[in-house]
Write a protein that binds this ligand. Sequence first.
Ligand SMILES: [Zn+2]
Length: 69
Amino acid sequence: MKRKTQRKIRQIYCPYCDILLEYHGAHRIQLGRYGWFIEHWEHLLAGSLNVQLYVCPKCGKIEMFRERK
Ligand SMILES: [Zn+2]
């Protein structure tokens, strides 16, 4: 049994709605294609970035966490 993709899901509350954000799994983001990425991330992580997404079901706020290798 090997489940290295098993991840710890955080309990994060939306700062606006005070409800738990829904975990939306891991996503791969291609850096450079999305202009909304903070610039200083780019020299930290070349290429793509794996993030874990959490989304507020009410207001749509998105919280992202970089996945550790
Ligand atoms: Zn919210």
